[in-house]
Ligand binder design. Sequence first.
Ligand SMILES: Cc1cc2nc3c(=O)[nH]c(=O)nc-3n(C[C@H](O)[C@H](O)[C@H](O)COP(=O)(O)OP(=O)(O)OC[C@H]3O[C@@H](n4cnc5c(N)ncnc54)[C@H](O)[C@@H]3O)c2cc1C
Length: 457
Amino acid sequence: MKYDVIIIGAGPGGIFSAYELMQKNAGLKVAVFEGGHPLKKRCCPIDGEKVKSCIRCKSCSIMSGFGGAGAFSDGKYNITNDFGGTLYEYVGKQKALELMHYVDEINMRYGGEGTKLYSTAGSKFKKLCMQNDLHLLDASVRHLGTDINYVVLENLYNELKDKVDFYFDTPVQKVEKTEDGYRVICKKDAFEGTYCIISVGRSGSKWMEQVCNELQIETKSNRVDIGVRVEIPAEIFSHITNELYESKIVYRTQKYGDKVRTFCMNPKGAVVSENTNGIVTVNGHSYEDPAKQTQNTNFALLVAKHFSDPFHDSNGYGESIARLSNMLGGGIIVQRFGDLIRGRRSTPSRIEESFTVPTLNATPGDLSLVLPKRLLDGIIEMIYALDKIAPGTANDDTLLYGVEVKFYNMEVAVDENLQSRYEGLYIIGDGSGITHSLSHASASGVHVARRICETAK
Ligand SMILES: Cc1cc2nc3c(=O)[nH]c(=O)nc-3n(C[C@H](O)[C@H](O)[C@H](O)COP(=O)(O)OP(=O)(O)OC[C@H]3O[C@@H](n4cnc5c(N)ncnc54)[C@H](O)[C@@H]3O)c2cc1C
């Protein structure tokens, strides 16, 4: 089977590539190969009753399938060059923002209209943060919410399904260079395309590494972010979340000079577990629909770890720490802040007595047995710093879930068009190591689609 464009991965990167290709040149024959299920069939078996924790499905419905890792996410589209990826280093700052605004327009057209766009511009919290040695990063954030995000994805799928060939539950095993394009090999069949866009996200990171080795595409990797997810009563952060929804606050620790930052803030949200390549880590989301909201707000506190020679396996380091928590807790560990600073584990009865009721059924335990001292010290310092702008953050009943790890895909060598050393082979989204967010991944998809339409003319 021969296509003009083959897209591997139906996450935001792949979806927006397909969308833009159809907008700019509806005559192109496009196929999308996705290792996971169609959106409707994506369902995590954890129901809190029969299945209480991750059973390590072959294809994790949280991470894979139409919509990618973002499908059940909080749908926070951050329009900024300050975080979420380094797309601007390739396409320029102005262009990167333009692409992100374009993605936002499409999201609004396909079901997101009426959702709120928050902004840090002119916020009084910037000053308050600075006065307490904290730094608020600039961004506009569109909060779709898990429910509206799903509706947008459903509408985009309906728009594309008759124009593009989707192959679900079809992981691509190999990509080969042919004389005039690319051959992708799946379990049963092989398909050819003049152009190939690889957008396999974080769940495809190991596979991406294999493709780069086989095609001798240069890569580099040296960063991983490790930390915990903090859960507190929503009132404690409400003065910040009501105005900004999501605030990215950075703190430099006094002890080691490490940077600790807040990440993925979910007002009135829920803490969730996720499974990447068999390793269970913690994450969070929240709903726009008030009926689905909880009493708690959660956010991650992450410490960035950069490694230098001779160590290069930063993801391996993060995986080892996550494995340790999986070994001790059978999955995610939860600990009260008060127990952590008193040097004792949390027990089921201590968690039960806690005034903050956990939204995830995790194993009460001791995070100091899992996280290296340097990282844990940084997290504790930051909790005390946040307590100054949001009193109550350092309460005894603040819940800490571990571990949260942000794995960074190795960065793949591509040019300003996100094209690899092979003409017509584009590597985009989180799988390229260039983006780490919905808006940047989607924008990278639009960028390569436009480029392909220009060259295909
Ligand atoms: C729980 C959760 C909440 C999040 N919340 C937010 C948020 O609020 N805001 C934000 O900006 N970001 C959020 N993120 C991150 C965001 O989802 C990702 O940055 C984004 O989805 C990246 O898009 P992508 O298209 O590059 O990759 P992905 O979304 O990971 O999609 C890649 C797709 O490729 C498929 N694939 C992998 N390998 C193969 C193969 N060999 N063959 C075929 N298919 C393959 C996968 O199954 C997957 O569906 C969240 C992530 C999670 C897990």
